[in-house]
Design a protein around this ligand. Structure first.
Ligand SMILES: CC(=O)N[C@H]1[C@@H](OP(=O)(O)OP(=O)(O)OC[C@H]2O[C@@H](n3ccc(=O)[nH]c3=O)[C@H](O)[C@@H]2O)O[C@H](CO)[C@@H](O)[C@@H]1O[C@H](C)C(=O)N[C@@H](C)C(=O)N[C@H](CCC(=O)O)C(=O)O
Ligand SMILES: Nc1ncnc2c1ncn2[C@@H]1O[C@H](COP(=O)(O)OP(=O)(O)OP(=O)(O)O)[C@@H](O)[C@H]1O
Ligand SMILES: N[C@H](CCC[C@H](N)C(=O)O)C(=O)O
Ligand SMILES: [Mg+2]
Length: 478
């Protein structure tokens, strides 16, 4: 495709563009290299390397030195997203974006399942990767960079995907990774503390999320909001002020209202009022928060054109989401769950969700990732101390940080917690202390299959380690 076609306007010189890259190391002959100023580095420093690798065009936010055709734009990330959408022109007919601090992955996966049950080809894209029936792709980020994102959307559309929900992370919204997506629906789960290492303050974090509703969702799009989510009134106000049609779900929702929720051993029974009708539904999901996410997913699917009468009765057929309140085994009459709670609110929510299933003690293993929001750590400790009977603080993904210092910051909020840095040992000790009626919740890493220490990813799977420790205890007859 010619550079002019990518830009949507004439330009000279006008080279043929073979691909797009925002990392100089990924540039191949004939590529456009987007030289972007980032949080840590400046892509302009890598123009010589990009040229060496064959870049024929460079996109930048200011005039920079290059032998290639130079495109200067005041918002180069936005232009890159628009170019990516032209280079990879196909997108599923209906694309929903879901944003929020917690619950995006679950909501995306539930909506994809519902569309597929309704006879469409439903897909999800986010932290777990990109999935559609017969299609699976691993992704490095929750919301990939614009070039990878549009390549993936194009592949999905080519495979006949009709409906997609993609996670829109706050990083992605600031960095305009999804500005080329043709959204029909924007959904909101909640906003609580996270990522204040990247966003200057909570207001900027909120503003990043609000972009999905006010800037990325077109005038005729629908905003679907979990009215029970913290921060929902703020998002609703911004969406309404921007003139978007709004649907609300949850106990405080108007369109899909939960009037009753009762946990039972295998899940949750809920009553949902929609118009004149009440639907009594039995969800095979643990945790009231999953009912919020499932209902938000139903809202997305209804907003895409399906009748509530057809959608709601399918909720009892939803499958759980890998690594989210997932039962991975048991021992001595105690149950073991893994969960992806890595924010203060998620820890509080996850522990409250599991409490009705606990007859004895609730034991929680928590930790926090390195090179991420430090301010949330004592609050995570506090939430665990309040919600669990026994708290063990272990290492998550320390990345470049000193793991002992991360643990110290968590322990500031949970002074009575047991400190066991080594995650395997922490799980072993927790499994060893379980008695009949107890529940162990291993939080923070959910589906992850590696532990990042420095730059190295060591294989590590909470569920597999817990199962192995439980089996060991059974073998030893203890
Ligand atoms: C903070 C953040 O979002 N960083 C991401 C972002 O980096 P950045 O734009 O700030 O880039 P930078 O590192 O300052 O470098 C500037 C530019 O130089 C380029 N470069 C750099 C080195 C080189 O040799 N050649 C080269 O061209 C880089 O590609 C970049 O374009 O863009 C890069 C390219 O796409 C990402 O790799 C990088 O992800 C880092 C590794 C990361 O950890 N991101 C996480 C925090 C993230 O994005 N998470 C969100 C949310 C997760 C959630 O939901 O909780 C996600 O969507 O995954
Ligand atoms: N609606 C909710 N309200 C509060 N906490 C939730 C909610 N949904 C999920 N959680 C908690 O957050 C964890 C992560 O859930 P999920 O992966 O669906 O969220 P996410 O927004 O995609 O997270 P990430 O930003 O890390 O990708 C869950 O394991 C659970 O502990
Ligand atoms: N998508 C989240 C994942 C955090 C999971 C936790 N295990 C960690 O490493 O902090 C993030 O990048 O903040
Ligand atoms: Mg996610």
């Amino acid at each position: 495709m010619k550079l002019s076609a990518l830009l949507g306007r004439p330009c000279a010189p006008d080279p043929e563009i073979a691909g797009l890259a925002l990392d100089s190391r990924a540039v191949r002959p004939g590529y456009l290299f987007a030289a972007l100023e980032g949080a840590k580095d400046d892509g302009a420093r890598y123009v010589p390397q990009a040229e060496e690798n064959g870049a024929v065009a460079v996109l930048a936010g200011r005039r920079i030195e290059t032998k290639a055709a130079l495109v200067v734009d005041p918002d180069p990330r936005r232009l890159l997203a628009q170019m990516a959408a032209r280079f990879y022109p196909r997108q599923p007919g209906i694309v929903a974006g879901v944003t929020g601090t917690n619950g995006k992955t679950s909501t995306a996966r539930f909506s994809a399942q519902l569309w597929t049950m309704l006879g469409g080809k439903g897909a999800s894209l986010g932290t777990l990767g990109a999935f559609a029936p017969g299609y699976e792709k691993k992704l490095a980020h929750t919301t990939p960079d614009a070039a990878t994102l549009h390549e993936t959307l194009d592949e999905m559309a080519g495979l006949g995907v009709t409906h997609l929900t993609m996670e829109a992370s706050s990083h992605a919204l600031v960095q305009r990774r999804a500005d080329g997506v043709r959204f029909a629906i924007a959904a909101f789960t909640n906003i609580t503390q996270d990522h204040l290492d990247y966003h200057p303050d909570f207001e900027s974090y909120l503003a990043a999320k609000a972009r999905l509703f006010t800037e990325l969702l077109p005038q005729d799009g629908v905003a679907v909001v979990n009215a029970d989510g913290e921060g929902a009134p703020l998002i609703l106000e911004r969406a309404r002020t921007a003139g978007r049609r709004v649907m609300t779900t949850g106990a405080l929702g108007k369109d899909l209202r939960i009037t009753r929720a009762r946990p039972h051993p295998a899940g949750l029974s809920i009553d949902v009022v929609c118009g004149e009708k009440t639907f009594a539904l039995d969800l095979p999901l643990i945790g009231a928060f999953q009912a919020e996410n499932a209902l938000l997913a139903a809202g997305i699917v209804i907003a895409s054109g399906f009748a509530a009468d057809a959608v709601l009765p399918l909720l009892p057929r939803l499958d759980g989401v890998p690594g989210r309140m997932q039962r991975v085994g048991g021992v001595a009459g105690a149950a073991i769950y893994i969960d992806y709670a890595h924010t203060p609110d998620a820890i509080a929510t996850a522990l409250a969700a599991i409490r009705p299933h606990v007859k004895g003690r609730l034991v929680a293993i928590i930790g926090a990732g390195g090179d991420r929001d430090r301010a949330k750590r004592p609050h995570m400790g506090r939430a665990a101390a309040l919600g669990a009977d026994v708290v063990i603080v272990a290492d998550d993904n320390p990345r470049s940080e000193d793991p002992a210092e991360i643990r110290r910051q968590i322990l500031a909020g949970a002074p009575k917690a047991i400190e066991i840095g080594d995650r395997r040992e922490a799980i072993a000790r927790a499994v060893a202390m379980l008695e009949s009626g107890d529940v162990l919740l291993i939080a923070g890493k959910g589906h992850e299959t590696g532990q990042i220490v420095g730059d190295v990813v060591h294989p590590f799977d909470d569920g597999a380690v817990a199962r192995a420790e439980a089996a060991k205890r059974v073998r030893e007859g203890s």
